[in-house]
Ligand binder design. Structure first.
Ligand code: ACM
Length: 262
């Protein structure tokens, strides 16, 4: 399965400019599964909840979905991307999996980071796993990384590959994801953005360093902190189904629910 990430600097509030950039960076390359950043077309640093609502769109309708469905169809591959989602009076920090046949699946960010608590409502979907071309694909968004339960829940629900759209500003996630993969024996594709955004007197600097990590904690591919680029590699999702650690240890079989708190 040809998978990877598209790392770029998102232009705040300009969906059209971001669409153009995405098309030019993808070019004619083939992929089966491609991960883009959190809030891939809108940008991150919202001035207000009202602006977030203005940039938000309903799931599976509107220009963002039309764009990503077209890209998925033209490249015959699935795309995971973050978007601001409007659903009646709520606004979620969400991610979708858009498939080439037009099917779309939804995840709403569970753990909101810092000022996101002013801009978004907490996600209510829980962690979900979707099937595409024989791979079981789980989704979590950015700050979900700090809660080991996110990746663990996805693994227990059968995920082979965790797609992880991100807008990271703290320096710890890339290292932590190595542990998340190792402790769950899964692949993870963390797609982070680059660049900076300013609101009032405050600046957020996004750290790039997107990466693909394998079930033994190996970094299979990565990027630097500033490049805008597409990175693709071949991986076999079935490798993540072997949870054997030693001849006497199995990651699932050795769990001790009687010793854990909830
Ligand atoms: C984050 O969750 N965007 C840091």
């Amino acid at each position: 399965m040809r998978t990877g990430f598209l790392q770029y600097d998102v232009v705040f509030g300009d969906k059209e400019a971001n669409q153009k950039k995405i098309l030019s960076l993808i070019g004619g390359d083939h992929f089966d599964l491609l991960v883009l950043p959190e809030l891939a077309l809108t940008g991150y640093f919202m001035p207000s909840r009202a602006k977030t609502g203005e940039l938000a769109e309903e799931f599976a309708t509107g220009e963002t979905f039309e764009f990503f469905r077209n890209v998925a169809r033209q490249h015959d591959g699935a795309i995971v991307f973050g978007f601001a989602e409007r659903a009646s009076d709520k606004v979620y920090n969400s991610a979708a999996l858009a498939c080439p046949d037009g099917t779309a699946y939804l995840y709403r960010k569970t753990h909101l980071f810092n000022l996101e608590k002013h801009w978004f409502d907490p996600g209510d979907t829980g962690f979900r796993v979707f099937e595409f071309r024989g791979a079981r694909i789980g989704i979590m968004i950015c700050f979900d990384w700090l809660f080991p339960e996110s990746a663990r829940t996805l693994m227990l629900r059968g995920a082979d590959i965790i797609c992880h759209p991100s807008n990271l500003v703290l320096p710890y996630c890339q290292d932590a994801m190595i542990t998340r993969c190792l402790e769950n024996r899964v692949f993870a594709i963390t797609c982070n953005r680059t660049g900076m955004e300013r609101q009032g007197g405050e600046t957020l600097a996004f750290t790039g360093r997107s990466q693909v990590v394998g079930p033994r904690g190996e970094v299979l591919a990565g990027s630097d902190g500033t490049s805008e680029k597409l990175v693709l590699l071949d991986l076999d999702p079935a490798v993540a189904r072997d949870k054997t650690v030693t001849p006497h240890n199995d990651l699932l079989g050795d769990r001790r629910n009687d010793s854990y708190c909830c």
